[in-house]
Design a binder for this molecule. Structure first.
Ligand code: NAP
Length: 253
């Protein structure tokens, strides 16, 4: 890469929350960013934040679990921004329920967005990374990978992403591509707000209760995760691969 060339990053689920903070952070690091989410118009705020700060970004609507939409989305990124060499698989959904009440459709939705979506995206971008002899893949796991009541689907998907990450690291390392996983604890976003609503709690009370269980005594913010992702996607992180970093305000195992 010449010093004037800009690396192109793809961030999924980047209309809001952790994905939006990551897109903004990677743009601040000098990346051109494809802001991908289900609804293209919902990506407008993230794109505007980036361009207002002098960065380059485009909004792309795609369902990450749909093969054709993923292929079309990446073709658009190549055309409008250039070949992507950074991928952050962040798009996610919750369909929580206890095992005996969980529908097959709620199981499938969570598997499709997290696992199938990350697979389809990684497969679509890897050829560009191989051509460039450089790539950075970050997959969003979760503290729930260690097991969490009411999340048999989500915890299985998030644990699966850790195995996916380690295999990508082994397969793609020889092409200059690293793959790592960031596993957040409690982060204040629409996702955790929806969980508070589901259990009938005010979001501020829910966050305050969660903070008492976290060693640093606060819940995380999307920027806390974006900081970790910025490290893994940086040029300097080329010898760090196949790792899972819990970003949770304290140790988890
Ligand atoms: P969020 O606020 O709910 O944002 C997730 C984004 O992903 C939404 O904009 C959503 O779009 C989008 N999305 C959902 N399904 C998609 C699909 N099939 N294709 C494309 N985009 C899709 O969630 P978040 O809290 O920022 O979480 C981001 C990631 O971190 C997720 O993978 C999540 O599992 C993980 N995580 C979060 C926490 C936490 O405490 N917040 C903890 C651990 C891990 P719609 O709004 O249109 O559905």
């Amino acid at each position: 890469m010449s010093s004037t060339e800009q690396r192109v990053a793809v961030v999924t689920g980047a209309a809001r929350g952790i994905g939006a903070a990551t897109a903004v952070r990677l743009a601040a690091e000098g990346r051109a960013v494809a802001v991908i989410d289900l609804d293209e118009s919902a990506c407008k705020d993230t794109v505007e934040k980036i361009t207002a700060a002098g960065g380059r970004a485009i909004a792309v609507g795609a369902d990450v679990s749909d093969e054709a939409q993923v292929e079309t989305a990446i073709a658009r990124v190549v055309e409008e921004l250039g070949a992507p060499t950074i991928l952050v698989n962040n798009a996610g959904v919750l369909r929580d329920n206890l095992l005996f009440k969980m529908s097959v459709s709620d199981w499938d939705t969570v598997m499709n967005v997290h696992l199938r979506g990350s697979f389809l995206m990684a497969r679509a971008v890897q050829k560009h990374m191989v051509d460039a002899g450089f790539g950075r893949i970050v997959n969003l796991s979760s503290s729930s990978a260690l097991g969490n009541r009411g999340q048999v689907n989500y915890s299985a998907a998030k644990a699966g992403l850790q195995g996916f990450t380690k295999t990508l690291a082994k397969e793609l390392g020889k092409f200059g591509i690293t793959a790592n996983s960031v596993a957040p604890g409690f982060i204040a976003t629409e996702m955790t707000k929806a969980t508070a609503e589901r259990v009938g709690m005010n979001f501020d009370d829910f966050k305050a209760a969660a903070a008492t269980q976290i060693p640093v005594q606060r819940v995380g913010e999307p920027e806390d995760i974006a900081n970790a992702i910025a490290f893994f996607t940086g040029d300097a992180a080329g010898f760090v691969s196949g790792q899972v970093l819990y970003v949770a305000g304290g140790p988890l195992n």
